[in-house]
Design a protein around this ligand. Structure first.
Ligand code: MTE
Ligand code: MO
Length: 540
């Protein structure tokens, strides 16, 4: 009986300790959110730690996350950070009752880690550490307050136990019931203090969220943008530019379906009215442009396919849109870019840096500073108010979203974010294709089976697509009319398939007639390669 009782009390204490720790951490985080409303959403303790985790993650881990969780990878990450935090703060609370210093040290460590994470971000200023610092201090204060209230309540019991301190009342047999009795008022005190902390934290967190929402009036700014008609419209779409097959990727990818890849946890909120682009570095005449200036220059409209280096063979990270913007080459020539710069380093509002080879930006191709996508202002998650796009290059070396600064420089002088992580500095797209129809493991009735999909090799174009079944002879697919060398082409063909498991493979040839390589490669360091294939079940 007695033993049970003691164990129960021990367990009860651990539970209370855990709750106290979590309340303390939660209060700190709530304050951090409130302060982050002033210092910027990206400086919130959870988001800075999450961002640091992204930046520190080794490339294979990052690839795994993108592959496994896709666009939900950020949610998984934030949940992970929170889970670690909950466990550690519960532990801190349990330890703090008997060894306050140890519990406190855990919170201090979290605070310091948060501050470091916030101030070492690419675009960080020292003030970015404030939310985490205050969060750490607030968590400590609440922990102290709650533990003190809790201990106080246990004091009378300890006194009765004579020799041993409040630290080890478990060993005092025979006083258990007494302790529980006497401890009651303290429980009430602890309860009141806890409820008060939670209430204050809830108010702080809500206020923080509301204020952050006000900051993010960027959606309003976007809604107010009126894009002018293009001075240089996209060339008319040729007859047969698209192939209609149920389930094939549409020629134009709707904005809502357009893949999204970036490293941000909270979207940069840059109202168009506050945006400027500075062009400097190795140039004769640095330029600064406002959003209005961009619109007033007369806009160029082009259809361009964008793809991600992290796309696996047959993967979803590719799309085509009608972009509206101004030619990047013109801007750089106006600025008087020096012939010795071989890298255009761009920096985004969130501190991302991307290095683009200078030559393609200046060689007359449709490298754009884009403000419109498929007839709308850029969606916020695709870079509002402005982003880059350079046909022929993967996004990580050319498609800076929320871009605010362009610097003419040299590859041997500055390394951009992904290059520091050992990705290929140039990022020329590899010829690629994808089977959209049939879906993998689909059950299809025997007879004429339609196989269809897309193929892309931006700026080289696609000249042919071949498909084969069960490693039989290659057959030429029927291609949609090429719109330009910078966009993908849809393709289709049919096979007469007998019942059983059948495997289709596709290979495209680019505009130079070079076949997509069969050689399998992972995305790192310069893009995946290999022939996409799909296995299906043909039913009688
Ligand atoms: N600021 C910023 N721009 C960025 C990135 C990023 O992480 N941050 N990711 C790049 C990568 S890897 C790709 S593939 C494209 C994706 O553009 P999308 O999200 O509009 O499809 O954006 C590029 N521009
Ligand atoms: Mo990418």
């Amino acid at each position: 009986m007695q033993g049970m009782n003691i164990n129960d009390r021990k367990r009860g204490r651990m539970l209370i300790g855990a709750i106290v720790g979590v309340i303390a951490a939660g209060s700190g985080l709530a304050l951090g959110e409130l302060v982050a409303a002033v210092t910027g959403p990206a400086t919130s303790p959870v988001l800075s730690v999450g961002s640091a985790a992204i930046d520190l993650a080794p490339t294979p881990v990052k690839e795994f996350a993108i592959r496994t969780f896709g666009t939900a990878d950020k949610l998984v990450l934030v949940s992970g950070v929170l889970a670690v935090l909950v466990l550690a703060s519960a532990l801190a609370g349990i330890l703090a009752r008997t060894r306050f210093a140890i519990g406190a040290a855990i919170f201090v460590a979290f605070g310091v880690f948060g501050v470091l994470a916030a101030v070492t971000r690419a675009s960080a200023s020292l003030t970015d550490g404030i939310p985490s610092a205050l969060a750490g201090l607030a968590a400590l204060a609440v922990l102290y307050l709650l533990v003190r209230t809790w201990r106080k309540g246990e004091e009378p019991a300890a006194e009765q136990g004579a020799t041993t301190a409040a630290d080890t009342p478990d060993t005092i047999e025979g006083t258990t019931d007494d302790v529980t009795e006497r401890a009651k008022p303290s429980r009430r005190g602890l309860l009141i203090a806890s409820v008060a902390s939670v209430a204050v934290a809830a108010v702080a967190a809500t206020a923080g969220r509301l204020l952050q929402a006000v900051r993010q009036d960027v959606e309003e700014s976007r809604a107010a943008v009126r894009l002018p008609k293009p001075a240089d419209p996209a060339p008319a779409l040729p007859a047969g530019y698209r192939t209609k097959v149920q389930g094939i990727s549409p020629y134009f990818t709707p904005n809502n379906d357009f893949y999204r890849v970036d490293t941000v946890l909270s979207l940069p909120a840059v109202p168009a009215e506050e945006w400027t682009l500075r062009i400097g570095g190795d140039v004769k005449r640095p330029i600064e442009l406002s959003f209005r200036d961009v619109l007033d220059r007369g806009l160029t409209e082009r259809d361009l396919t964008l793809s991600c280096v992290s796309n696996e063979v047959g993967g979803p990270y590719v799309g085509t849109a009608r972009w509206l913007g101004i030619p990047l080459g013109d801007l750089l020539r106006e600025a008087g870019v020096s012939g010795s710069s071989d890298q255009l380093l761009s920096r985004s509002e969130d501190g991302m840096t991307i290095g683009t080879p200078m030559e393609p930006v200046l060689d007359g191709r449709d490298a754009l500073l884009a403000v419109g996508m498929n007839g709308e202002p850029l969606p916020v998650n695709h870079g509002f108010p402005a982003r880059m796009i350079v046909p022929g290059f993967y996004g990580y070396t050319s498609a800076t979203k929320w871009v605010v600064e362009l610097t003419a420089t040299r590859f041997d002088q500055v390394q951009a974010y992904w290059t520091q992580r050992d990705w290929d500095p140039r990022g020329v797209v590899k010829t690629a294709s994808r089977i959209d129809v049939p879906r993998p493991f689909e059950r299809v009735s025997q007879g004429e089976v339609t196989v269809a999909g897309v193929a892309w090799a931006q700026h080289r174009g696609i000249s042919a697509v071949q498909v084969r079944m069960d490693e039989g002879p290659w057959q030429d697919a029927e291609l949609s009319t090429q719109v330009s060398a910078d966009t993908w082409r849809q393709w289709r063909t049919t096979f007469s398939a007998r019942p059983g498991t059948r495997r289709f493979e596709v290979a495209a040839a680019d505009g130079n007639g070079d076949m997509q390589t069969e050689k399998r490669a992972r995305p790192f360091p310069d893009g995946a390669s290999g022939w996409p294939s799909v296995a299906v079940t043909i039913t009688p």
